[in-house]
Design a protein around this ligand. Structure first.
Ligand code: FES
Ligand SMILES: [Fe+2]
Length: 357
């Protein structure tokens, strides 16, 4: 439970405009989205440029040239430095200005520095730490299924005009299966229990599921309702601030990796993993062949995810619009998990220097 001391420290911001705790690792891009050119991203109102050096290592700088404040992401990578498009000043990976093409003999490079951010690349994504705390003390979420040969991944990008609280509430409230009809892998979710701390909310549901991957054709259940047979399965959703993960039975796993842009705009990546654990014969095949299968099937459920996302985004954007039109109006809530989620968002925003568990 959230301790009374934490509640006392908490100066609650209104939930629909609540800020983020910057002292976490946020996902700002897929690895494949950053190639040779600089890429501009935004994380909670901060404009950031990502680029790769000659060794393929990712770096992140404030997307603003100190000379005239144009975007560095308009420039290019030259000899491991980021070169501004306007007058060609160059910055190293720490943001130091290291070259100016028209510097004259007696002139010195001004002592200007671009802000740099801790950044990591793992599990298919680029993770960035915005805050001032030591990033080494805050482990990023890990996605072991990304590399694991027994899991097939699919990914959808969520881009919605809504505060991130609307999105996390959407995916913590399993009663909204009503919206998805044929897309949803479960039905009749009932909330059984909630566990809550200053770092996370775990909500345990019991649901009826048709999802069981034990035959080679099992994946087709996603697309053909007539093939489905319902059985009871535990459905667990976890808000491990600032990201989310969910399991349904043994074969179905989801993640949602957050990149809140500002109070009314959220980006996130929704990942779906289908397990091949039941196919024991497959596990005896040579590893290169298993990797080939994993890569060939990558994205098999992209259409399924995109369908879910489209329906959810439509609802979330309507919630945001309704809030902006009448922020004073109250909503009615029956799911206890939503109050826990809101408490966690507000506690994290008010106490960014939380000691880690
Ligand atoms: S504005 Fe960047 S070099 Fe002049
Ligand atoms: Fe949904």
């Amino acid at each position: 439970m959230v301790t009374s001391e934490a509640i006392q420290r908490t100066k609650k911001q209104p939930i629909r405009t609540c800020g983020i705790n910057p002292n976490h690792w946020y996902v700002v891009a897929k690895s494949v989205e950053v190639k040779n050119e600089p890429v501009s991203v935004t994380l909670w109102k901060e404009k950031i440029v990502l680029y790769r050096d000659n060794a393929n290592k990712i770096w992140a700088l404030e997307d603003s040239c100190p000379h005239r404040r144009v975007k560095l992401s308009e420039g290019q990578v030259v000899a491991n430095t980021l070169e501004c498009a306007y007058h060609g000043w160059r910055f190293d990976e720490r943001g130091n200005c290291v070259a100016i093409p028209y510097l004259q003999d007696k002139q010195k490079i001004p002592h200007c520095q671009v802000k740099s951010y801790p950044v990591q690349e793992h599990d298919g994504f680029i993770w960035l730490f915005l805050g001032d705390e030591n990033p080494d003390t805050v482990p990023p979420m890990r996605i072991p299924e990304w590399e694991h040969l027994n899991y097939i991944a699919s990914v959808a990008t969520i881009d919605c005009r809504g505060h991130f609280s609307f999105l996390i509430e959407n995916i913590m409230d399993m009663h909204h299966g009503h919206l998805h009809d044929d897309y949803q892998a479960w039905a009749s979710a009932k909330l059984i229990n909630i566990e809550e701390s200053e770092q996370r909310v775990d909500a345990y549901y019991e649901a009826q599921s048709y999802y069981k991957i034990d035959k080679i054709w099992s994946i087709s259940q996603l697309f053909f309702p007539s093939l489905r047979q319902l059985h009871p399965d535990p459905l667990t959703v976890r808000y491990i601030y600032p990201h989310w993960t969910s399991t349904l039975g043994d074969d179905f796993k989801l993640y949602c990796l957050f990149c809140p842009i500002d109070e009314t705009h959220t980006r996130a990546y929704l990942l779906h993993f289908t397990s091949l654990n039941a196919f024991w014969r497959l596990h005896k095949l040579p590893i290169p062949f298993r990797r080939f299968i994993k890569n060939r099937l990558f994205g098999a459920a992209n259409g399924f995810l995109a369908g879910l996302v489209k329906q959810d985004v439509k609802m979330i954007e309507q919630e945001q619009e309704a809030y902006l039109a009448h922020p004073e109006r109250k909503c009615y809530e029956l799911n206890r998990a939503i109050a826990s989620v809101q408490r966690l968002i507000q506690t994290q925003a008010a106490n960014p220097q939380h000691p880690r568990p």
